[in-house]
Structure formats: structure tokens, C-alpha cells
Design a protein around this ligand. Structure first.
Ligand code: CAA
Length: 241
């Protein structure tokens, strides 16, 4: 029987690559997305992966969205918490809204998605939760007080849930991508990207979404059953923990 996977923010960027890689590895995959219907529909047409629209910052929307997917595909075995946003600004210019939106999506979104799925994983004695954090949650980043705080919070949640889930067959791990060639990174001013960021990456290039997707496929597999609470850094050598 194929295992069932949900990938949040799974229709674009790193999430799209994860959805496709899990499908190719034999999983039944559902991809959630927040707003971009056009991209989501194009993704569905190209991949035949089901797409589901809701905001991970809304707890009840997560409960309802997960229930709809489980009714269609069966209980969720693998949850990839990938959905994330940036609202970059230097701290002195950051608004309370910038702060709240990012925390609500990137940190509370993980609670909202994992909490409804967790009891079923405990009952069935199996689960894989993979949280997409960030290099900037590990090292901090100027212009990203909100994002770095949210992504560091994801690492704390990962380590706690790993302890709580271990005896129930649930592994919980984080991946910390560095700068990957997605729309989110391309939104950084070109001058900053070329003069400040890429020179800091020893391999000399941005990462590819597929390079993160392969990490997810491994952590989701039975082969990774002894790995839990870990943080897998995939950043081209930009930062060593
Ligand atoms: N690394 C190094 N230096 C940076 C930097 C970065 N990531 N971001 C900004 N700076 C520097 C700028 O080069 C500039 O330096 P100079 O004055 O010496 O030229 C200084 O900080 C101020 O920057 P700006 O002039 O751009 O200031 P601003 O107020 O107009 O804009 C900003 C600030 C919105 C933060 C803008 O600089 C920016 O978007 N920076 C990129 C921030 C960033 O790295 N975001 C990551 C997005 S990708 C992501 O989040 C995915 C992931 O997980 C890795």
C-alpha cells in the first residue's frame, strides 16, 4: 500500500519539487497551497498531484483540509511542513504586521498542520514529520528578524516532537535549506543577491529545489527510521552548525 504524504506549499518552489519527488518515490501526494490558483492548477495539470487550497495560519482550515485529503487518500503517513513566507525588512522598519504574518505562517502553521495529524500517527504507530526550516533560522539574517525567529522556532518544535513521537514510531526532523533558486530568493534585490549572498556560498551557486526534495525522500523513508530530532543542513557550505 502506498503511503500518503501532504506537502504544504507544495505547488511551487521547493514544495513543488518535494511533491514530485515523493510521487516519483511511490507516495500518494496531496499538495496544499495558500493563494496562487493559476500556479496550483498548472502544477496539477502537469503532475496529476491533487492540490488543496487553505491557509496554514488558520487552524480550523488545516483541520478541514486534512480531513478532506484523508477522506480521499487515507490517513496521512508523511507530513512535510514546507509552506513559508518572507516579509523582509530591517528591524527598525519592520511592522507588527510583518512580524505576525511570518510567525503565523512559518511557525504557528507547523502547529496547525501537525497537531491534527499527530494523534492518528500515534495510534497507527508510524509517522514522518519533516519541517522545512532555513539556514537563516540557524544563523540569523539581517532583514529577517521575523523569518529567522520563525525558522529557529521550527527547530525547537522539531526537537520536542521528536522526543514525544519516538516511542510511537514517529520521526520528526528538520531540513535547513540555504539559498535555493526559487521565486522567494529571486525576490531578494539583485545587487544584494549577487554581491552579498552568492559570494558567501562556498560551492558558488544557489541550490536546486530538487536537492532539498531528495533530502525529504530520504527522511521519509524506512531507511531513516533511526534519525529523529535532527537538522539536515543543505546550504552549499554557507554555514556549519
Ligand atoms: N546578506 C548580506 N548583506 C545584506 C543582506 C544579506 N542577506 N541583505 C541586505 N544586506 C545589506 C545590503 O547589501 C546593504 O548594505 P550596503 O548599505 O553596504 O549596501 C544593507 O544590508 C541594507 O540593505 P538595503 O540597502 O537593501 O536596505 P533596504 O532597507 O532597502 O532593504 C532588505 C532591506 C529588505 C532586508 C533587503 O536588503 C533584502 O531583501 N535583503 C535580503 C534579505 C535576505 O537575505 N532574505 C532572504 C530571502 S530568501 C529566504 O528567506 C529563503 C531562505 O530560507 C534562505
Amino acid at each position: 500500500m502506498s503511503r500518503v504524504a501532504i506537502v504544504t506549499g507544495g505547488t511551487r518552489g521547493i514544495g513543488a519539487a518535494i511533491s514530485i519527488a515523493l510521487k516519483d518515490a511511490g507516495y500518494k501526494v496531496a499538495a496544499s497551497y495558500a493563494g496562487n490558483d493559476e500556479k496550483a492548477n498548472a502544477f496539477k495539470a502537469e503532475t496529476s498531484i491533487g492540490v488543496h487550497k487553505w491557509d496554514v495560519a488558520d487552524y480550523q482550515a488545516c483541520v478541514d483540509g486534512i480531513a478532506a485529503i484523508e477522506a480521499e487518500l487515507g490517513p496521512v503517513d508523511v507530513l512535510v511542513n514546507n509552506a513559508g513566507i518572507t516579509r523582509d525588512a530591517m528591524f527598525h522598519k519592520m511592522t507588527p504586521e510583518n512580524w505576525k504574518e511570518v510567525i503565523d505562517t512559518n511557525l504557528t502553521g507547523l502547529f496547525n498542520m501537525t497537531h491534527p495529524i499527530w494523534p492518528g500517527m500515534r495510534e497507527r504507530g508510524f509517522g514522518r514529520v519533516i519541517n522545512i526550516s532555513s539556514i537563516n533560522g540557524q544563523k540569523g539574517q539581517m532583514g529577517q528578524a521575523n523569518y529567522s525567529a520563525s525558522k529557529a522556532g521550527d527547530l525547537g518544535l522539531t526537537k520536542t516532537l521528536a522526543q514525544e513521537g519516538a516511542a510511537k514510531g514517529i520521526t520528526v526532523n528538520a531540513i535547513c535549506p540555504g539559498y535555493i533558486g526559487t521565486e522567494m530568493v529571486r525576490a531578494v534585490p539583485e545587487k544584494v543577491l549577487n554581491e552579498r549572498i552568492i559570494p558567501q556560498i562556498p560551492v558558488g551557486r544557489l541550490g536546486e529545489p530538487e536537492e532539498i526534495a531528495r533530502c525529504v525522500v530520504f527522511l521519509a523513508s524506512d531507511d531513516a527510521g533511526f534519525i529523529t530530532g535532527s537538522t539536515l543542513s543543505a546550504n552549499g557550505g554557507q554555514f556549519f552548525v
